[in-house]
Design a protein around this ligand. Structure first.
Ligand code: IDC
Length: 330
């Protein structure tokens, strides 16, 4: 073969290798980058303006159950449960919370968030970084820490098209929308300094239920959504009415946490009401994230308390709620 002939074959081999690596990202080191999503009207859409319904599961508190933040679990849930999103619930106050524990604990939690984002990224999942306020009912209680945390997160993940920031899980204890709004404004500004267009989820008054109040005076800015949380054992048609009101007013909603037990995370399951909720969400293309990926002995845990595996679960490893949710995700 002459010189030109050799060059031709070498180029052909290179081209074939390139095409192969594009066609089969799983074979390469990194999964294909997920398209950035943005908010259009009340919906989350992809780069072609097509509505996308995110669906997935939330971890329990990262300090309680760090073992479920692993690549195998995330990849397994994507392949077998058909989730496209995972939520990393980082409590701020309870049980080695980010704001109540010491500096070493904060480091540990930041590492878990980072492990979670990496695992989600290589599994091809969207990932929500959740600042999980709860007993610290007013988001302003730990505002300073929230600003420092999200500044760091936005710097770390500004190039991750799959990262979504949730800035206050469930304001409660009388925290009003105007208070939450002030807090949100500051945190959003901080995130936007680094990450111009990531989707940001804002909690609403009364454990993220009073979306109608947020609808009366929404925040300014793009790619913002408002969270609606429900537990079908406690919350029924009256809460869907609130949600419908908010949608009618043009408020983009995101269900970043839900269950079909009662609001305590325990008690019997209400599958009938749960089914009604999911039809409502499907009809409106609203994202839904089920609480919680753990084997804690409570009815809102997706795994049986006897399940020790941290990935590759069989149906018999799942709780009744786990089986129900996996059925709906498929
Ligand atoms: C619950 C957990 C439970 C934990 C408790 C801490 O299921 O194991 O002991 O938090 O206070 C929420 C919260 C979420 C709750 C869940 C169930 O966002 O943190 O988890 N819930 O009570 N809002 C409504 C229900």
């Amino acid at each position: 073969m002459n010189k030109n002939g050799k060059r031709f074959w070498r180029r052909l081999v290179c081209l074939a290798a390139l095409l192969l690596s594009l066609a089969a990202p799983g074979m390469g080191v990194q999964a294909a980058k997920l398209p950035a999503l943005h908010v259009q009207g009340t919906k989350l859409v992809n780069e072609n303006g097509k509505a996308v319904q995110l669906k997935g599961v939330s971890t329990h508190g990262l300090s309680w159950y760090p073992q479920y933040v692993n690549q195998k679990a995330f990849a397994y849930m994507k392949k077998n449960w058909h989730i496209n999103t995972v939520r990393l619930a980082m409590y701020t106050a309870e049980y080695n919370g980010y704001c109540t524990g010491d500096a070493a604990n904060r480091k540990k939690l930041e590492k878990l968030v980072d492990d979670g984002v990496r695992a989600a990224t290589s599994a091809g999942l969207y990932v929500i970084i959740d600042w999980h306020i709860l007993s610290d009912g007013n988001p302003q209680t730990h505002e300073k820490q929230a600003l420092a945390f999200f500044k760091k997160m936005a710097a770390n993940y500004k190039n991750n098209t799959n990262v979504i920031y949730e800035i206050c899980n469930e304001p409660n204890g009388g925290a009003s929308w105007s208070t939450i709004r002030k807090y949100a404004d500051k945190v959003i500004k901080t995130i936007r300094k680094k990450d111009k267009d990531a989707v940001i989820l804002v909690g609403t008054p009364n454990w993220s239920q009073d979306v109608d109040e947020a609808a009366r005076n929404p925040l300014k800015g793009k790619n913002l959504m408002y969270t609606l949380h429900f537990y079908a054992g406690t919350h029924g048609a009256w809460l869907r009415d609130k949600a419908q009101k908010a949608l009618d007013a043009g408020l983009p909603l995101f269900v970043s946490e839900f269950g079909i037990s009662d609001a305590s995370g325990n008690g019997g399951l209400n599958k009938t009401e749960g089914g009604k909720w999911l039809s409502f969400l499907k009809k409106n293309k609203i994202a839904f994230i089920g609480w919680n990926l753990s084997n804690k002995g409570e009815s809102s845990a997706l795994l049986k308390s006897s399940t020790q595996k941290t990935s590759d679960w069989k149906s018999s490893d799942l709780s009744e709620w786990g089986k129900w949710l996996v059925g709906k995700l498929k």
